[in-house]
Design a protein around this ligand. Structure first.
Ligand code: F6P
Length: 358
């Protein structure tokens, strides 16, 4: 049995991409006669016909490597059917590359945007299999995406290290965790790092409630406060605004979410507050052991699906089981933190504030 497999990584990079590429390809080489074509920089490479044939040795020594050996790019789904100034019909171009390469299937590693385009290509008749990656963990149908746990470990270490300075100086430290729409990373690293308040996009916060946390900590002689705030966290007033209006407000104020919270706390409580933005550090470097295992499990399951010619699906983790979902059932459905999520309840039971009226 022979299979020609195109593989690409799309969207923001994250730890575990190379481990997943290795998982798919090694298992494919073991299971059947596999030929692998590495497509460069995600869908850009598929549109422009930018790729190279790979060999078994190309997948050696990449288990622990961060980033992606294939390169990646953001090619927004909303533009896929839009013909721009270059007059390129992107969907037709992707189908042509697939056909010219005589591929049996295309494996796409990515998050929400990647899966929307994967579904589009599947509906256009290509054999597509997705693998769920993102540090945001916001892909519907899987308990965890790979990359999330590594980012959580990094964000937690940042909070731990900030803790010592906060305690020594008696300061309020506001740490901005990645996640524009989804607060999973802030929620989990906030709990792991022992934050006093966790502010996430899904639960709009009231600055007065956050100020109360700082005041209560001061009264109880703790003298310092740790706040984990998601990149996309918003106040109750901001939550009522349209997205464009909210973005314009933020742009005009030149505030990141952490800078805004720190500034407000200085004004409202008169506390010494600092904003810390670890940024892309959270996405960098070697995957954690957990993510190496998960990426390998996902990769091997993708190879099984190729062997069995099960296409139009994406790999998923449900409980302790590696399984798959139909692309059409999950594409475009974001997985946000529900207000009654068990981890939110646990955090609340631990006395952690979400800046809302708990
Ligand atoms: O989707 C992963 C992510 O890191 C988000 O948490 C963040 O909002 C976004 O990507 C940042 O995107 P970029 O790397 O393009 O600045």
């Amino acid at each position: 049995m022979k299979r020609r497999i195109g593989i690409l990584t799309s969207g923001g990079d994250c730890p575990g991409l190379n481990a997943a590429i290795r998982g798919v390809t090694r298992a494919a080489y073991e299971m059947f006669d596999a030929e692998i074509i590495g497509i460069h920089d995600g869908y850009r490479g598929l549109i422009e016909g930018d790729y190279h044939a790979m060999k078994r040795s190309d997948f050696s020594g990449i288990l622990t490597l961060g980033g992606t050996i294939l390169g990646t790019a953001r090619t927004p789904f909303r533009n896929m059917r839009v013909i721009g100034e270059d007059k390129v019909d992107k969907v037709a171009a992707m189908k042509k590359t697939y056909k010219d390469l005589k591929l049996d299937c295309l494996v796409t590693l990515g998050g929400n945007g990647t899966h929307k385009t994967a579904n589009l290509l599947s509906q256009e008749g290509l054999n597509v299999i997705g693998l769920p990656k993102t540090i945001d963990n916001d892909l519907y149908g899987t308990d965890f995406t790979f990359g999330f746990h590594t980012a959580m470990d990094i964000a937690t270490e940042v909070i731990d290290r900030i803790h010592t300075t906060a305690a020594s100086h008696g300061r309020c430290m506001v740490i901005e965790i990645m996640g524009n729409k989804a607060g999973w990373l802030t929620l989990y690293s906030g709990v792991a790092g022992g934050a006093d308040a966790i502010l996430i996009p899904e639960i709009p916060y009231d600055m007065k409630q956050v100020a109360k946390v700082v005041e209560q900590r001061a009264k109880s002689n703790k003298g310092f406060t740790i706040i984990a705030v998601a990149e996309g966290a918003m106040t109750t007033e901001e939550a009522k605004m349209k997205k464009k209006e909210r973005e314009a407000k933020r742009a005009a104020e030149h505030f990141s979410s952490s800078a805004y919270v720190a500034q407000q706390l200085r004004d409202l409580v008169g506390v010494e507050a600092r904003a810390v933005v670890p940024g892309h550090i959270q996405r960098g470097g070697s995957p954690s052991a957990y993510d190496r295992v998960l990426s390998t499990q996902f990769g091997v399951h993708a190879a099984e699906l190729i062997r069995d010619e099960t296409y139009g699906v994406t790999v998923a983790l449900k409980g302790n089981t590696i399984t798959h979902n139909r692309l059409e059932d999950i594409a475009g459905v974001p997985k946000l933190v529900p207000e009654d999520d068990q981890m939110v309840t646990i955090a609340r039971q631990m006395g952690i504030s979400f800046g809302s009226k708990e």
